[in-house]
Design a protein around this ligand. Structure first.
Ligand SMILES: Cc1ncc(COP(=O)(O)O)c(C=O)c1O
Length: 437
C-alpha cells in the first residue's frame, strides 16, 4: 500500500485539473467591442449584451422575464423587495448554504429563520420548513445546493397553503431542471450568481428571472435607482439603488452561455462514472440519485464521509485527500447561524428585536443534519474536476480509495495535520493572506 502524501508519500495526482473559469476567443472580441463602444455600464437598462443575455437565459429556464444584476446576493435582495418582504417579515432559509442567502434577507429588512436540510440532498427539508412557519413568515428561499434540488412539489404545496412566496436560490443550478422545469422558474422568482467559481461566470454578476410581469417591473425599478420599468403596467414605485450589471460582465456571459451545454453534459457523464466507482468503496456514500432532477446541474460533486471507525475526522480525511492532489473541501459551508461570516445582531439588524415578542437568538438554533454535513460528513469536489479527461475521474477515485485504505495509519497521525481544512472561513482567509504576503 503506498504511503499517504500527507505522511510524506507520493501524491496520486501531480498535474493540475482543468482551469476555471473558461473563455472563448470570441469573448475577447466582445469585450473589445464594449470597450470601443464607450458604453460600459448598464444604463439605460438593459445594456445591449445584458438585454440579449437576459432574454436567452430566462427562456432557457422556462421563464418569461429576466434581469441581469450586479451579483447573486443583490439578485436575492431585489427579489425579496419585489416579492413584498417587509421590515420584520420572516423568511425561511436552509441552514446549510452560503451566508449570502441569509444576509440578503437581512438587507431586505427581513428576519432569516433557519430550517434544517434533507440528509440525502442537503437542500431545504420541507417538513423542517413547515415547522418553521409562524404568522410572520412571508417567504421561503430554497437553495438548490451543489448538485441537488429542493423537493419543489412539496414546497410549492406548502407555500400555496400558507400563502408564502418562493424565491429560488439557484446560485449553483444554471441550466438545471427539476421534473422538466427550469431552475428558478418553479417558484415566484429565481436568482442566480455569476461569481467566478459558478457554472457560468462573469467575475461577478447576478440574475433574477420570473414569469410575473409585476415582479419583473418591480425588480427593474429596484435595480435601476427606482426608475419605472419600460413597460410600467403595474405602476409600482420602489425604493431602488444602482444594482445594474456592466456590459463587460454581460459580454462575458454570452460566451459562457455557448459553452454551458457541452460542459454540463461532460460533468454529468463524469459524475455518473465517479458515482459508480465510489459506490464500491467502504466508508463513503455518494449522494443517492434524485430522480426528480431531469437535467443535472453540478456545481460541486458531494459525497458523504461515513467511516465505521470514527478515529479519523472528516477534516483530516479531506486534508489527506487534498495532499493527494485533489482539490476538495469539507467546510465549504457551515450552518449559517454558526458561521464566522454571519454577524447578525439586534444592533446591526434591528428587525431581529423590534416588533417581536422575543428577540431572535441565532445562538439557540440547532439544525443537526446541517451540522453533521458541515462538520463531519460532506466532502465537496469542485466541478472543474469533471470537465477534463476521463483519466481525471480515475485519479479522483484512486486518491479517495488510497486515503480510505490508509485510515488506520492516518488515525495514528497528528490530528493537527487537518489544520487549515478545519478553519472557519474568516479565519482561513486571514491565514491565506498571511501566507501570501
Ligand atoms: C447559494 C448561494 N447563494 C447566493 C450566493 C451569492 O452570490 P454572489 O456571490 O454572486 O453575490 C452564492 C454565491 O456565492 C451562493 O453560492
Amino acid at each position: 500500500m503506498s504511503r499517504l502524501a500527507i505522511l510524506g508519500g507520493h501524491p496520486v495526482r501531480t498535474r493540475p485539473f482543468s482551469p476555471w473559469p473558461r473563455y472563448l476567443p470570441a469573448d475577447a472580441e466582445r469585450l473589445q467591442k464594449v470597450l470601443e463602444s464607450r458604453h460600459w455600464g448598464g444604463f439605460p437598462l438593459p445594456g445591449k449584451y445584458a438585454g440579449e443575455f437576459a432574454e436567452r437565459f430566462a427562456e432557457m429556464h422556462g421563464a418569461r422575464y429576466g434581469l441581469c444584476v450586479a451579483n447573486g446576493t443583490i439578485a436575492l435582495v431585489t427579489a425579496l423587495q419585489a416579492a413584498g418582504v417587509r421590515f420584520g417579515d420572516e423568511v425561511i432559509v436552509p441552514a446549510y448554504t452560503w451566508d449570502g442567502t441569509a444576509t440578503a434577507v437581512l438587507f431586505a429588512g427581513g428576519v432569516p429563520v433557519f430550517a434544517d436540510v434533507d440528509p440525502d440532498t442537503y437542500c431545504l427539508d420541507v417538513d423542517a420548513a413547515h415547522k418553521a412557519i409562524t404568522r410572520r413568515t412571508t417567504a421561503i428561499i430554497p437553495v438548490h445546493l451543489a448538485m441537488r434540488f429542493t423537493d419543489m412539489d412539496a414546497l410549492a404545496e406548502l407555500a400555496h397553503k400558507h400563502k408564502l412566496k418562493i424565491i429560488e436560490d439557484c446560485a449553483h443550478a444554471h441550466g438545471g431542471q427539476y421534473k422538466g422545469r427550469g431552475a428558478g422558474s418553479i417558484g415566484d422568482i429565481g436568482c442566480f450568481s455569476f461569481q467566478e467559481s459558478k457554472l457560468m461566470a462573469a467575475g461577478e454578476g447576478g440574475f433574477a428571472l420570473t414569469s410575473d410581469l409585476g415582479y419583473f417591473e418591480a425588480m427593474q425599478s429596484v435595480t435601476n435607482c427606482g426608475r419605472a420599468s419600460l413597460t410600467d403596467q403595474y405602476g409600482r414605485r420602489m425604493i431602488g439603488s444602482n444594482y445594474r450589471m456592466t456590459e463587460f460582465q454581460a459580454a462575458l456571459l454570452i460566451g459562457q452561455f455557448e459553452m454551458l451545454p457541452e460542459l454540463a453534459a461532460l460533468r454529468s457523464r463524469h459524475a455518473a462514472l465517479l458515482t459508480e466507482a465510489l459506490a464500491t468503496l467502504k466508508g463513503i456514500r455518494p449522494l443517492p440519485k434524485q430522480p426528480a432532477v431531469t437535467r443535472d446541474t453540478i456545481y460541486h460533486y458531494i459525497f458523504q464521509y461515513r467511516p465505521a471507525d470514527k478515529r479519523v475526522s472528516r477534516d483530516l480525511f479531506v486534508a489527506a485527500l487534498e495532499k493527494e492532489g485533489i482539490p476538495c473541501d469539507g467546510r465549504f459551508y457551515e450552518p449559517v447561524y454558526k458561521s464566522d461570516l454571519f454577524y447578525a445582531t439586534p444592533d446591526n439588524s434591528p428587525q431581529l428585536r423590534i416588533g417581536r415578542e422575543e428577540t431572535m437568538r441565532y445562538d439557540m438554533v440547532r439544525c443537526p443534519v446541517a451540522e453533521r454535513a458541515a462538520y463531519e460528513e460532506a466532502v465537496w469536489l469542485p466541478q472543474f474536476l469533471l470537465i477534463g479527461e476521463e483519466a481525471d475521474v480515475h485519479d479522483v477515485h484512486a486518491a479517495i480509495k488510497k486515503v480510505l485504505d490508509n485510515l488506520d495509519e492516518l488515525a495514528q497521525a497528528d490530528p493537527s495535520l487537518a489544520g487549515v481544512k478545519a478553519m472557519g472561513r474568516a479565519q482561513r482567509a486571514r491565514f491565506e493572506r498571511q501566507k501570501n504576503y
